[in-house]
Design a protein around this ligand. Structure first.
Ligand SMILES: Cc1cc2nc3c(=O)[nH]c(=O)nc-3n(C[C@H](O)[C@H](O)[C@H](O)COP(=O)(O)O)c2cc1C
Length: 195
């Protein structure tokens, strides 16, 4: 069965990113795919120490929650990554995952996995697109296939505005673009992986 994994890059449990990533995954499930969600806020992830062991062994020399996370990402057909905007880019929790994902790139395990991005900021023009761009760079460098939120809006992905979770329910654009992104990731992952 086609599997889509969602990653919540916020340190906050029950926050806006979680709300939008969950909304995207629910929309994906409506197309018959299986989903799983990973919360970086409750994961133990150390930063990359540039030991370069992954270059010779394909394995990371740091043993923490990343081993499990890499295994889950590597066995997915689609990936939806969400991050709050922190100073115009991703959170440090997500950046640690990005850098620590290098072992998967040694033999391009993520090649042809379908990826989409969601970002939520406290301000309307707070850096949602630059944050999505940072996530897209990660996906391109892994040779993944990137989709946006698809027609009829067809822009960069899920873009939300909110400070507290109470705001998110009324952020119709954030919800719509995130749900459309979830559907688009599920749609393409199903086309590619269904014989
Ligand atoms: C350290 C920090 C930096 C932030 N930088 C920005 C920013 O550059 N632009 C913006 O619009 N919001 C910024 N915010 C606000 C968050 O992006 C916003 O509250 C978001 O909805 C939080 O998502 P969450 O509920 O998933 O944690 C920042 C918040 C923090 C804690």
């Amino acid at each position: 069965m086609v599997k889509i994994t969602g990653i919540v890059g916020s340190p906050r449990k029950g926050g806006n990113t979680e709300f939008l990533v969950n909304s995207a995954l629910k929309a994906a499930e409506e197309l018959g795919v299986e989903t799983e969600i990973i919360y970086l806020g409750s994961a133990e992830i150390e930063p990359c120490i540039a030991c370069d062991i992954c270059k010779s062994t394909g394995e990371c020399a740091i043993y923490d929650d990343m081993s499990d996370i890499l295994a889950k990402i590597g066995s997915s057909h689609g990936l939806i990554i969400g991050s709050p905007v922190y100073f115009g880019s991703v959170t440090s929790q997500l950046k640690m995952l990005i850098d620590r994902s290098r072992p998967l790139r040694m033999d391009f395990k993520l090649k042809n996995i379908v990826g989409g991005a969601i970002s939520v900021g406290g301000s309307r023009n707070g850096g949602q697109e630059t944050t999505i761009s940072a996530i897209h760079q990660f996906m391109l460098i892994h040779d993944m296939l990137i989709v946006g939120d698809g027609a009829p809006l067809a822009h960069y992905g899920g873009t939300g505005v909110g400070v507290s979770i109470e705001n998110m329910g009324s952020d119709e654009t954030g919800l719509e673009t995130s749900r459309n992104l979830g559907r688009r990731v599920a749609e393409l992952a199903s086309v590619i992986n269904t014989e």
